[in-house]
Unconditional design. Structure first.
Length: 193
């Protein structure tokens, strides 16, 4: 039956290729929608109340208000921060799905990789809002179930150390933006899911 086995493998490969080619142009293999559920559906069907999720969303709202008041010389800078803020809000809402893992982990891991190039440049320039948003991403990574590719092989608290590093770079007038991430890592916060 080697001929039959060969036929099945070729047939399966052709099916996989045709499926891949049938993806809409706006959807590619790096698009998080291939790996994560639509967040609007998750928000509409929130199965339980998590105080942590609600607190993190309130914190993001507080940051959003401050971001809206800040003047940027470049519209591109402001849009990069707004885009990252929105993606972070979607990632946090993913935690309230009936079975958030591994989808939430995938979304958090991909968040930084999917960020606008200008956002990464703002981080390199130590923009306070870019650093504050990044600290929130690290906070969520710190709190999800431990997996080696997000937390390191030896189990050290990579995210917590990076959050403290971000806090040390934050200008004094913007330290209020680090209160929530610091309290989450030092207060033994749990997701409560």
């Amino acid at each position: 039956m080697p001929g039959l086995t060969r036929f099945r493998h070729d047939h399966i490969n052709l099916l996989g290729l045709s499926l891949w080619l049938s993806l809409p142009n706006y959807l590619d293999m790096w698009d998080f929608r291939l790996y994560c559920p639509p967040v609007d559906l998750v928000k509409a069907n929130r199965p339980h109340h998590s105080q942590f999720i609600e607190n993190s969303l309130l914190d993001l709202e507080r940051l959003s208000v401050a971001l809206a008041k800040r003047h940027y010389d470049s519209l591109e800078d402001h849009e990069a921060l707004i885009d990252y803020h929105h993606a972070l809000e979607l990632a946090i809402n993913t935690f309230s799905a009936p079975r958030p893992f591994p989808n939430a982990q995938n979304m958090l891991a991909l968040l930084f990789l999917r960020s606008p190039h200008r956002y990464i440049e703002l981080l390199e320039e130590n923009d306070p809002f870019a650093m504050a948003l990044y600290a929130r991403n690290l906070t969520m990574i710190h709190l999800v179930d431990r997996i080696w590719w997000m937390h390191g092989l030896d189990g050290e608290e990579l995210a917590a150390g990076n959050i403290r590093g971000v806090a040390s770079l934050m200008p004094k007038q913007h330290l209020w933006m680090m209160e929530w991430p610091i309290s989450a890592i030092e207060g033994g916060t749990e997701l409560g899911l």
